[in-house]
Design a protein around this ligand. Sequence first.
Ligand SMILES: Cc1cc2nc3c(=O)[nH]c(=O)nc-3n(C[C@H](O)[C@H](O)[C@H](O)COP(=O)(O)OP(=O)(O)OC[C@H]3O[C@@H](n4cnc5c(N)ncnc54)[C@H](O)[C@@H]3O)c2cc1C
Ligand code: FES
Length: 356
Amino acid sequence: MGGVIPVAGKFTIEVASVKKSAACGGEQSVLDAFLREDIWVPHSCTQGTCGSCKIKVLGGTVDHRSSPLYTLSQEERDDSVALACQCAPVSDLTVEPINSFACDDRIPRHTLADYAGVIVGLEDIASSVRRLTVKLDAAMAFNPGQYVEITVPGLGVRRQYSISSNASDPSTLAMDVKYTAGGAASEWLFARASVGEEVAITGPYGRFGLHAAQDEEVIMLAGGTGLAPMKSIITSVLAGGLAPKVYLYHGDREVLDLYDFEYFRDLESADGRFVFRPAVSRGVQSDGWEGRIGRVTDLVAEDFASCKGMSALVCGSPGFVDSAAKSLKRRRMAPRLIIREEFTHAVPEPADQLLN
Ligand SMILES: Cc1cc2nc3c(=O)[nH]c(=O)nc-3n(C[C@H](O)[C@H](O)[C@H](O)COP(=O)(O)OP(=O)(O)OC[C@H]3O[C@@H](n4cnc5c(N)ncnc54)[C@H](O)[C@@H]3O)c2cc1C
Ligand code: FES
């Protein structure tokens, strides 16, 4: 491992414990090759930022490519650890995921594939949030809570977006995107994208969601567009009776940042198992806001004296997710019952961050 130049061509890569193998090109990530062959390897961000896809390379050699040092240290590289979502083979490989498969056992698996999409909707749903709706050339089975990668037209870079639409219509996907000034995907989507434009999509990815019936009530904490996967998940949880009660907290800075407010208010009126608690963190009485003011990560701790015996789904920026998890743990929620999705952004690639 390390210091090698990627070789074109196909290698055979195997997960040792399950004795399943896939063909992998020299320019292809190990994770990509496994998921396309329906071989599950734990992963979360596919960007090299979360570390959940770490594998031990038991045999063979990998090129770490863009693996950042802060996710994969030099000591780990020396110990034959690699990031499956970043590394590519330079020989046949035998590997073993470091994170247990066991925690993913209840997750239905869907084969990763590429899709040709056409934009059928572009809707501004909040002050800097745009809903992108794409019709795919084929149905993409996915679990509510999963995400896709969009190849930004004209630039070729890939960005991850959670699917906010209902999994019962797997050929039309909606994604809710927050504007990032100067961002590759943001500048395309908010300035240049148009209905009828073609866009390449790969998916589905990720393990976020609630996949089987449980007795615990669920608290969902969404920061900004962290609401996107929650919307898809809530539909399936209520339809499938997967949890006795669902509390949704949606927080952002100002009233104009909130979206799908009426949708969730109506759902609350229609279904006694669903409670909607939106809040804004900045004082906004002048905007006519009659709801709560404060950070939802604090408000949840005000509302529940104890979260023991409950579970949570948390999604948003890494800072939001961290602060939400701390609040829930302070209220005695078991850490293993706090399921997280962090909207990390793509890793910049300055030379001093990379080692090969
Ligand atoms: C699993 C996953 C799911 C995601 N789902 C969604 C989703 O449903 N909706 C959504 O809006 N986003 C989501 N994201 C984030 C999304 O993938 C992009 O990172 C984001 O849209 C910015 O992309 P960009 O190309 O516009 O900006 P980039 O070109 O990536 O970034 C431009 C500049 O802005 C900085 N930057 C980018 N994002 C941030 C940030 N959040 N905070 C501070 N600085 C930043 C970068 O470092 C860079 O300097 C998700 C991320 C992951 C990992
Ligand atoms: S670092 Fe590979 S999935 Fe996050």
